[in-house]
Design a protein around this ligand. Structure first.
Ligand code: NAD
Length: 257
């Protein structure tokens, strides 16, 4: 399947799942816009490498997804957006009565509010183009909860709810909106949780991976960024044209438990 002629904007894509999704969309022929809040040489180099290796056009645009105005400016600066992948996200782990207020605010802003702003800015461009795909990278935590992740679980449930509303508002148009719900994927975001979890449970690294992270993932394997990218490419395909307002879990069976 070719996405040649389409342009995809992937928020939070200089690392992890976002970067994996950008690679798979580029391999499928889409031009890609990478994003994060930094503006380093290596950020732009990632886009150059994708362009070199796949032959698509690739750009990197700096925008801070914790700020509504910058979310909207990202879409405006790109000028075209056939595929919007809302992926930027952060995590913080703490009991709710000790949860730092600034972490709560940042998680809600980056993981949920950004998708509101980018979607609002992108839909007019999709309508103009007569085709569009909104893919929100939610989480198994958009469908179930875990202790110590109040802000993340709230934000991801919010994203799943917003996805359904966007799907209903675009149902009569050639635009779909869906959420992908990964289980654990070994990315920098997950790596960063390992030390805290080791301390909280008094475990070593391997025990945290096996007994905490993959405990709820029946496959006992991490999902990969390539698998997430492939799922997004599928949602952009003609076969997925009637799939809208739903979630696709890529979680090794977590939510079947
Ligand atoms: P990651 O830390 O590797 O990537 C997060 C990306 O978001 C990075 O590119 C980072 O630069 C970007 N980002 C963070 N703050 C930003 C900001 N203010 N503005 C713009 N960009 C910002 O993490 P990841 O695991 O690849 O996570 C990507 C998404 O997938 C997140 O929404 C996360 O919640 C979700 N997710 C991850 C897992 C997992 O196991 N890794 C599971 C379920 C869902």
């Amino acid at each position: 399947m070719s996405l040649k002629g389409k342009t995809a904007i992937i928020t939070g894509s200089n690392s992890g799942i976002g970067l994996g999704v950008a690679w798979e969309l580029a391999r499928a022929g889409a031009d890609v816009v990478l994003n994060s809040f930094t503006d380093r040489e290596e950020d732009h180099a990632l886009a150059a490498r994708i362009a070199d290796e796949t032959g698509v056009q690739a750009r990197y645009i700096k925008a801070d997804m914790s700020r509504g105005d910058e979310c909207r400016a990202l879409i405006e600066q790109a000028g075209v957006c056939d595929i919007l992948v809302n992926n930027a996200g952060i995590q913080h782990v703490a009991p709710i009565d000790e949860f730092p207020i600034e972490k709560w605010d940042a998680i809600i802003a980056i993981n949920m509010n950004s998708a509101f702003h980018t979607t609002a800015a992108a839909l007019p461009l999709m309508r103009k183009a007569g085709w569009g795909r909104v893919v929100n990278i939610a989480s198994a935590h958009g469908l179930t909860a875990s202790p110590f992740k109040a802000a993340y679980v709230a934000a991801k449930h919010g994203v799943v709810g917003m996805t359904k509303t966007v799907a209903l508002e675009t149902a009569r148009e050639p635009i779909t909106a869906n959420a992908v719900c990964p289980g654990y994927v070994l990315t920098p975001l997950v790596e960063a949780q390992i030390p805290d979890t080791m301390e909280k449970y008094g475990m070593d690294r391997d025990e945290v991976i096996e007994k905490v992270m993959l405990e709820r993932q029946p496959s006992k394997e991490f999902a990969t960024v390539e698998q997430l990218g492939g799922t997004v490419v599928f949602l952009c395909s003609e076969a997925a044209a009637q799939i809208t307002g739903t979630t696709i879990s890529v979680d090794g069976g977590w939510t079947a438990l």
